[in-house]
Design a protein around this ligand. Structure first.
Ligand code: UTP
Length: 408
């Protein structure tokens, strides 16, 4: 597009302010800005008009789980099936590490955060330590893909290689970069972060499969023999990765996916609930929960809608291939987004000042044919670090590390 065409297009979309500083830019800067504008997917911004809290859903029903007790009764068998699969190279791991961790307020990739008190202990290190437990038992390396964003790619790659992957075999570590999406203010006006720079931010953790395929890593995984991918978040320092029991139970169930879940701690807990929607697995976000979903009990007095997801999933690759072209919904999320104000000054807001547009991995579950809901002991496997203090924080995670005998 030439400048006249870009101007016309932006005018039609109500985004002419993106060219406010165009004349002040160098020739290269001008060209670069036009390229960025051409890359914008404006369609996401229409999502502002749909109220996230009132999106139409199908018929939601509770989904039970393979309970902790049932798992313990069959642990030996599940572990042996899972171990066999791991030894045969059928299991790969995928770390979602493209987020910006705005709640933690740490500018570097969250995995670089040192959670130690008496020694250094980085979040990435905790993850590798957890994965190494399985690698050592199986006597086989597990291919590990790490998704970053454009913004934190270099820091992540450098940090891990400087630390020798905390003992992991670098030949089994693959990095790829997720897609980005624009950020806007609350009126849908796209932010600039510099006079010639449009504000793009990572487009959520849901769209990982396409860039994973495009980067050639799916094919690398398949070459290793991988049939299952264990997808997990960066911030849960207690989570088990490529957990043989989880793998074995999911394989045995015949399901094409699996989700680790915990029993709700209290009825109103802010956790996504694994349910069924029109007969297919589906996750209902806490803000969509009706009173019935919060308070109704089953015949044993347990909450009817009881199982919350902890962002640890198993996906079968052939099922991901089947659904790769299905669109995922866009979620409009309020966040703190740095931008340049009307006077051209860079501003880092203290509270949410606009929207990011994200695809979420939980929506991928609804595209699956079925999903094994697999219950784990919360205090042993769920210590997410979202904030510095309070709920899901550094503080609460440290207490759980101590409870599990992990030095920090
Ligand atoms: P969160 O929902 O906690 O988002 O991500 P966040 O961006 O890291 O943190 P806040 O909300 O700004 O405080 C859950 C997981 O999904 C990954 C994160 O790195 C984390 O492992 N994620 C999130 C991505 O990989 N890409 C994204 O675009 C967003």
């Amino acid at each position: 597009m030439n400048l006249t065409e870009v101007k016309k297009m932006l005018e039609e979309k109500g985004q002419s302010h993106l060219l406010k500083y165009y004349d002040e830019l160098s020739d290269g800067g001008k060209e670069n800005l036009i390229k960025q504008i051409e890359a914008i997917d404006f369609s996401v911004i229409c999502e502002i008009e749909k109220d996230e809290h009132e999106k139409e859903r199908g018929i939601i029903k509770p989904l039970g789980a393979l309970t902790i007790q049932q798992i313990e009764e069959n642990r030996k068998e599940y572990e042996s099936i899972g171990m066999e699969a791991i030894k045969e190279g059928k299991v790969g791991a995928l770390l979602l590490a493209g987020g910006q961790g705005t709640r933690l307020g740490y500018d570097k990739p969250k995995g670089m955060f040192n959670i130690g008190e008496t020694k250094e202990l980085y979040i990435f290190e905790c993850i590798i330590n957890n994965l190494m437990q399985v690698v050592n038992k199986a006597g086989a390396w597990i291919p590990l893909a790490i998704m970053t964003s454009d913004i934190n790619y270099e820091d992540t790659v450098n940090f891990l290689s400087e630390h020798n992957y905390f003992g992991y075999n670098g030949e089994y570590v693959y990095f790829f970069i997720q897609d980005m999406s624009v950020t806007t203010d609350f009126n849908g006006k796209i932010h600039l972060t510099e006079k010639g720079k449009v504000s793009f931010s990572p487009n959520g953790n849901g769209g990982w499969y396409t860039p994973f395929v495009n980067a050639g890593i799916r094919d690398e995984f398949v070459k290793h023999g991988v049939e299952w991918i264990n997808v997990f978040a960066v911030d849960n320092v207690l989570q088990k990765i490529a957990d043989p029991c989880f793998v074995g139970a999911t394989v045995k169930s015949g399901c094409v996916s699996g989700a680790k879940v915990v029993s709700k701690a209290f009825p109103e807990e802010k956790i996504g609930l694994l349910c069924t929607e029109d007969g297919k697995p589906s996750i209902v976000e806490y803000y969509e929960m009706t009173d019935e979903m919060m308070y109704q009990k089953d015949e044993n007095g347990k909450p009817l809608f009881n199982y919350g997801v902890i962002l640890n999933y198993l996906f079968r690759i052939d099922e991901l291939d089947r659904i790769i072209d299905n669109p995922l919904p866009i979620h409009v999320v309020e966040k703190k987004v740095p931008y340049i104000d009307e006077n051209g000054n860079y501003t880092k807001p203290e509270k949410p000042n606009g929207y990011k547009y994200e695809k979420l991995v939980l929506d991928l579950i609804h595209l699956m044919r079925d999903c094994l809901s697999y219950e784990v002991v919360r205090d042993k496997e769920f210590a997410p670090i979202k904030n510095l203090t309070g709920v899901d924080s550094l503080e609460s995670a440290r207490k759980l590390l101590e409870k599990n005998g992990i030095e920090y």
